[in-house]
Design a protein around this ligand. Structure first.
Ligand code: NAD
Length: 469
């Protein structure tokens, strides 16, 4: 047995032993921990940027926009609001128990496990951690095996900031994740694919561990007849092709009103040319690579399959396996049976499917798995209302995409196939807290007058309480 495996058991035990002291920690103590984490993170910002460049060829600017800022916002927000979140809340008592006082106290769940993917390898480890620490838990983080430089960065940051019996990073692949999952964690926050999510939930069920599942799937975009195409085009081009399309909330495919398709394709083309150095995207220092050759092969297979099934390449379609490069690619005339319309793309391919009336687009979405996010570009209030009321998704964004995750006042999460539960801000604190119900009784209780053996008088008393309740 190698070290990663044999160390897990004692590490887990040391976390369990640390619970009672952490449970007593004050808001000031937890804030100090979050401040130390943020301070060390910001001091090591350049190391984070270097790691992201090595793992994903991410540019420094994109790293700051998509990872550094997100961690900073989440930590600042928790530090600012933690005192309020931790406060026990008094609740009123109904007539039947008028002689009691009651309140709800958030308490740490205990030991938490954070399992993360490779696409935002730093953000998706640290944001769940911020919530776990705010709520007073110990945490073990297992980052993805596909982004080793980011994992090394995280390990260094965490070892500098926390004692090992409070927070630890365990690196390794799914075998290490499986070993971790054999331990009775109190809560597991998993970010990854719906397929792995099912495995995580089954493993959690063995210990009845709580789960927050942040999953993926296809997030559709509707562009209706009233959409402002100039604004729509830059937003879709930017948010789809940032991180080379490897974003859980990236627009997956577009349902476009038939009258707007031509203008949209033109707008997307203009924006790619402007963003990524004309037709020379491969050389662009601002365009990410696909994370691994296996993922390159997967996305390239979607492209080949779509073309074989009759799709037209409107923009891009260039690939280079050696550099794990796939250019921003827009497809039309796509068969609904092709893989690109059935699987989560998670890469820089954007199929456009046209529709004649909004009802068709709503029906199309309703017949598929519930998305993590749904985007509607429309200036018609009536259409916005219809989509709001007639669809179900983790999030619904009007006239923009992806940015909902930057607002810590909003819960971030999916529904069914796209996830279970949510986090960010107070929602993250709640995900890692147990709301303990506390009731304190007065020494005198009217129930003493209603004890068996039951008589007619006692029955009348019970009926009186029922009437007053
Ligand atoms: P993944 O499910 O393959 O892996 C995620 C994590 O689970 C990794 O740490 C991996 O080592 C571990 N893992 C993989 N197989 C496992 C198994 N059989 N048993 C135990 N652990 C296992 O996902 P990925 O490829 O890293 O990430 C891509 C997916 O994540 C996409 O579906 C994407 O939409 C989703 N995602 C969701 C969010 C969100 O916030 N909802 C964010 C980013 C990515």
């Amino acid at each position: 047995m190698n070290d990663a495996f044999s160390n897990i058991k004692p590490l887990f035990r040391s976390h369990v032993e640390n619970h009672s002291s952490l449970a007593k920690s004050t808001h000031n103590e937890r804030k100090q921990k979050l401040k130390r984490l943020l301070k060390n993170f910001m001091e090591m910002e350049n190391e984070a940027i270097e790691a992201l460049a090595l793992d994903l060829k991410k540019s420094p600017t994109e790293s700051v926009i998509s990872e550094i800022l997100g961690v900073k916002t989440e930590a600042d927000f928790a530090i600012k609001n933690l005192t309020k979140w931790m406060r026990a809340k008094r609740v009123s008592s109904p007539v039947a128990v008028f002689f009691t006082s009651a309140w709800v106290r958030p308490e740490p769940k205990g030991s938490v496990l954070i399992l993360s993917p490779w696409n935002y390898p730093i953000l998706l480890c640290l944001n769940p951690l911020i919530a776990a620490i705010a709520a007073g838990n110990t945490a073990i983080i297992k980052p993805s095996e596909f982004t080793p430089a980011s994992s090394a960065f995280l390990k260094k940051l965490i070892e500098k900031t926390f004692t090992e019996n409070e927070v630890a990073v365990v690196v390794g692949d799914q075998r290490v994740a499986t070993e971790l999952l054999s331990h009775p964690f109190n809560h597991i926050l998993f970010t990854g694919s719906p397929e792995t999510g099912k495995i995580i939930m089954a493993a959690a069920a063995k210990h009845l561990a709580g789960v927050t599942l942040e999953l993926g799937g296809k997030s559709p975009v509707i562009v209706d007849e009233s959409a402002n195409i100039v604004e729509t085009a830059w937003k879709l081009a930017f948010y789809k092709f940032a991180n080379a399309g490897q974003t859980c909330t990236a627009p997956d495919y577009i349902l476009c009103h038939e009258d707007k398709k031509e203008a949209l394709v033109l707008g997307l083309k203009e924006n790619f040319t402007a963003f990524f150095d004309g037709n020379n995207t491969k050389q662009s220092k601002d365009y990410c690579q696909i994370v691994t050759h296996a993922h390159f092969d997967r996305v390239k297979d979607y492209l080949d399959d779509a073309k074989k099934m009759g799709a037209s390449v409107e923009i891009g379609g260039h690939t280079n396996r050696e550099d794990k490069f796939i250019s921003p690619t827009v497809l039309s005339n796509v068969s609904l049976q092709s893989k690109v319309m059935k699987e989560e793309i998670f890469g820089p391919l954007m199929p456009i499917v046209t529709y004649k009336n909004l009802g068709e687009a709503i029906k199309f979405i309703g017949e598929r798995e519930k998305p993590l996010a749904l985007y509607l570009f429309s200036n018609k209030k009536k259409n916005q209302k219809r989509v709001l009321e007639e669809t179900s998704s983790g999030a619904l964004v009007f006239n923009d995409c992806v940015i909902h995750h930057t607002n810590p006042n909003l819960p971030f999460g999916g529904i069914n196939n796209s996830g279970l539960g949510s986090y960010h801000g107070k929602y993250g604190f709640d995900a890692f807290s147990h709301e303990k119900a506390i009731l304190k009784s007065a020494s005198w209780s009217p129930f003493k007058l209603m004890l068996p053996p039951y008589t007619k008088r006692k029955h009348s008393l019970v009926n009186l309480i029922k009437k007053l309740s």
